[in-house]
Ligand binder design. Sequence first.
Ligand code: SF4
Ligand code: SF4
Ligand code: SF4
Length: 356
Amino acid sequence: MKRTKLEWLFIFIFTPGIIAFYAIYKYPELILGLGVDTRIFGKNLSFWYAFIYTAVVCTIAAKVLIRNKNSYSFKANVVQPLSPYQKKKFTSIFMVQLVGFFLIPYVISPLFAGKSFWHDELAYASKGAHVYLYPGFKSWGMAIYLFVVIPLGVWFFGKRYCSWICSCGNLAETVGVTVWGKKWVKEGTPRGERANKNHWIQLTVMSFAILFGLVLLFDSMKVIAVTGIILKIQAIQDLCVDFMFGSVIGVAAYPFWGTRIWCRYGCPLAKFMELSGRYTKSKFQVAANEKCTGIGLCTQACPMGIDVASFAHVNKKPTMGSFGLHNTVCIGCGGCIDVCPTKALSFKSISKSLEL
Ligand code: SF4
Ligand code: SF4
Ligand code: SF4
């Protein structure tokens, strides 16, 4: 991948900076020593982490909306306006990140702490890592959210949760439409048969999450008493899944492997959504029409490494194929649709009233 000096300088600051930031955030006592007050202006590190994260996501999302130009085009001088789909998506990203992942958990929630069961459930859900599945075995609210609301959403809308709502996805979507981000997605994203074969890693992470959830459930039901084991599993989860995979590989490696390594190979919720979509026969689909000329930009724009063009043409002859959750890991970001110069791709709508 060709990089300018400025980009290299950014990488030398960004990658170690992200690793150091997450390390201090996750293990403050180990890095800074016992008893060190890590609060800044009276706020703890998780507040500042959420603040910076939200500032980055919302600034880029707002810029995309104000600029109002096709954010997926590879051309330097873009003339097409932002599509209605992307307008809705980036508005959702802006609002959900600001309200759902910052204002509710860090500003509004502390004002009502301990005042009601459902309020505490909401605080837990909005602050906790909602993608790990095991919280669904610890809290009623999370169980309803993860095992009822999410599969229903997948049936109607596919994995758009990943490109419209999820906090991790919000960062990936916004960084992915910056000038460098587009290049990282295009040139860094693992593609091809070998890259797809490694999807078993995500199945392993999901199995670990469900096993952990069951241990937590049985422990809370007093079927087994394994507090020591739970602490050990939690420590493995924190170090291997959350820190090393989700943070170091998942975010610090954006410039090398694109923006969706964690989403594609790590996230347990993504695998759960993919399986829910497959077995419930999700209505979500992307379809190609007769306008495909075989340029292949759609494949290059896909952050999930899907060979979109293979569904659209064979030897530059349109095949009018389609794909969904039964055969891909598509997150419905719409990048392939917006980058296509001939408008050969679109989402299949399941009804006029739910057209997206
Ligand atoms: S794959 Fe997981 S982490 Fe990534 S956006 Fe989807 S739910 Fe979030
Ligand atoms: S769908 Fe569009 S971008 Fe993809 S190969 Fe066909 S013409 Fe090119
Ligand atoms: S196939 Fe298209 S809509 Fe699906 S993830 Fe890739 S770019 Fe996004």
